[in-house]
Design a protein around this ligand. Structure first.
Ligand code: AMP
Ligand code: TRP
Length: 332
């Protein structure tokens, strides 16, 4: 049996980018990979690398857990858990920091971007974040890690850390493979299509939150930035706004971009945006219907308890063995 693992940080409202680049992909993969266990978690330890309000953080942690299920993940095939409830993530995170070089962390583009945006108050945990992420993955010997494009570099580093450890101490960690979607790996901001759609943006016009209401979604798509060329074609360089909308359209309808371009030949942006607004709002509405049922049900806690128990037993044994390899503590 293979194992797939992925996580989402509860650092802001979940967006359409998270849905298309991650959650929706997990559901599709679960249908395809029948011999694979799914370990999915809420990365709350990652969220606190930047300042969080405790009440908000707790609320969003549960929202993400509910959203995984609302999107259609099969609870019987998914080990769903909250990262901070398994102490071994932090513990292995530290052990791996001892095998990660400053130069490697300094090269991480996500860190560099954040460091340029935010001049002061950068935490040391934001810098060492990729070592914790590597721990999340190799703690469970995951085979596959589906993520959006922005996380690819972190998975490469994870592979390097795991390989380094194995070379020093003997084969111990599984070296994971990333799975990056072909369409929708990078959904861009609706107001600034040069930037990825992100929940941490100050302006909420640029992203669609999965809990936005229908009218808000329609308005945001209608006012998405396009260009003055006026032709619907896939040209990310000259028409990044339209290319982004085409990507969203393709991801949610399973149609090829060329087929969509063909459908809208001779039509204007207005018709295209109206159709897309309908597609996005219908999909999100059905997601929300499921979500509101789950978030208010006692079943969610039961699923998270079961997930914790299962993940915990694997994590405990793995870290104990890892410490033995490193010569920590007394010999067992
Ligand atoms: P995060 O919200 O940063 O924890 O990301 C959770 C998952 O969503 C990761 O797999 C990201 O790669 C993916 N993701 C986040 N934003 C986007 C986006 N704009 N487009 C595609 N995937 C995204
Ligand atoms: N760092 C990821 C992000 O910001 C979230 C994450 C944490 C993750 N641990 C992970 C994703 C392990 C995949 C596997 O998107």
């Amino acid at each position: 049996m293979k194992r797939l693992l992925s996580g989402i940080k509860p650092s802001g409202a979940l967006t359409l980018g998270n849905y298309i680049g991650a959650i929706m992909r997990f559901v599709e993969l679960q249908k395809q990979l029948t011999d694979t266990e799914f370990y999915l978690f809420v990365a709350d330890l990652h969220a606190i690398t930047t300042e969080q309000n405790p009440q908000e953080l707790r609320k969003r942690t549960k929202e993400i857990a509910a959203m995984y299920l609302a999107a259609g993940l099969d609870k019987d095939k998914t080990i769903l858990f909250i990262q901070s409830e398994i102490k071994e993530h932090a513990e292995l995170g530290y052990l791996l920091q001892c095998h990660t070089y400053m130069g490697e962390l300094e090269r991480m583009t996500q860190y560099k971007d954040k460091a340029t945006k935010q001049q002061s108050g950068l935490t040391s945990a934001l810098f060492t974040y990729p070592a914790l992420m590597a721990a999340d993955i190799i703690l469970y010997d995951a085979d596959y890690v589906p993520v959006g494009d922005d996380q690819k570099q972190h998975i490469e580093l994870t592979r390097d850390i795991a390989t380094r450890f194995n070379n020093r101490f003997g084969d111990f960690f599984k070296v994971p493979e990333p799975i990056i979607p072909k369409v929708g790996a990078r959904i861009m901001d609706l107001q600034n299509p040069e930037k990825k759609m992100s929940k941490s943006e100050a302006s909420d016009k640029g992203y669609i939150a999965l809990l936005d209401d229908e009218q808000t979604i329609i308005k945001k798509i209608r006012s998405a930035v396009t260009d003055s060329i006026g032709v619907i074609q896939y040209d990310p360089f000259n028409q990044p706004g339209v290319a982004n909308l085409l990507n969203i359209y393709a991801a949610l309808t399973d149609k090829a971009i060329e087929a969509i371009v063909e459908m809208y030949k001779g039509l204007g942006y207005k018709e295209f945006k109206e159709d897309l607004a309908h597609i996005v709002s219908t999909r999100i509405k059905s997601l929300q219907d499921n979500y509101y049922q789950i978030i208010n049900s006692p079943e969610l806690d039961a699923i998270l308890d079961a997930g914790r128990a299962k993940a915990q037993s694997y994590a405990y044994r793995k870290v104990e063995k890892c410490k033995q390899k490193l010569g920590l503590g007394r010999k067992k």
